[in-house]
Ligand binder design. Sequence first.
Ligand code: IPE
Ligand code: IPE
Ligand code: MG
Length: 249
Amino acid sequence: MLSKVNLLKELPPDLDQSRLPRHVAVIMDGNGRWAKNRGKARIFGHQKGVDVLKDLLRCCQDWGISALTAYAFSTENWGRPQPEVEFLMTLFERVLRKELDEMVAKDVCIRFIGDLTNLPHSLQEEIKRGMEATKENKGVKFNIATNYGGRQEIIQACVAIASNVEKGLIKVEEIDEKLFENHLYTTGIISPDLLIRTSGEMRISNFLLWQMAYTEIYVTSTLWPDFNREKFHQALLNYQQRDRRFGKV
Ligand code: IPE
Ligand code: IPE
Ligand code: MG
């Protein structure tokens, strides 16, 4: 078992280093079902899911993938039972506090994307501290989508742009893809090359709607708490077989 883990410390030899995705996005789905299958409460799945995400981040460092974006909480997830929502908010805060030193040491640059203003105050403080402490870091760009919705992100960009037009700061003719992107939460982050969704659901659930225009999508039936380096390896092998045409021939 240990040797297998060690083996995957380095990039598996059947992967082409020069054709790795630069940015991987993940919809970490299936925590609740994983827990239910074990006769446990859904929160056990969320708890286990954190360890999986931590190892995926380390794996990106080990294998030379420069950006990872994880969907942690959608704008629709507020509709879950309140105890589950509260557990998740507390979990995010606890994990961030516990892991920050290591992320600083490993040169990870953290960014939270989403409407952060509706998060609990103490979580907002922790997020601010985390982003501030790692903003100059040059290692993996680790983006955590929290209270994130693709539609909400697009609307807030439109509002900001319209308000700048109203104030006379920009002209309507100046609105183009570049300007629009500069008003998204992901400004400065390249679009994901690969999206991985676990738990078999073939949908994007309001994640990165603008950014995923040409992202390759990989769906695995593995539930998120069972995802690991070997499954990531499989996803990357599959990705490297794709012919990315971007509308050309
Ligand atoms: C994903 O797992 C985690 C979050 C949405 C926070 P789920 O909680 O959606 O697990 P399932 O889909 O119900 O199994
Ligand atoms: C998507 O999973 C959101 C996150 C992983 C944070 P959901 O479980 O909320 O998505 P649906 O409801 O199956 O579309
Ligand atoms: Mg789900």
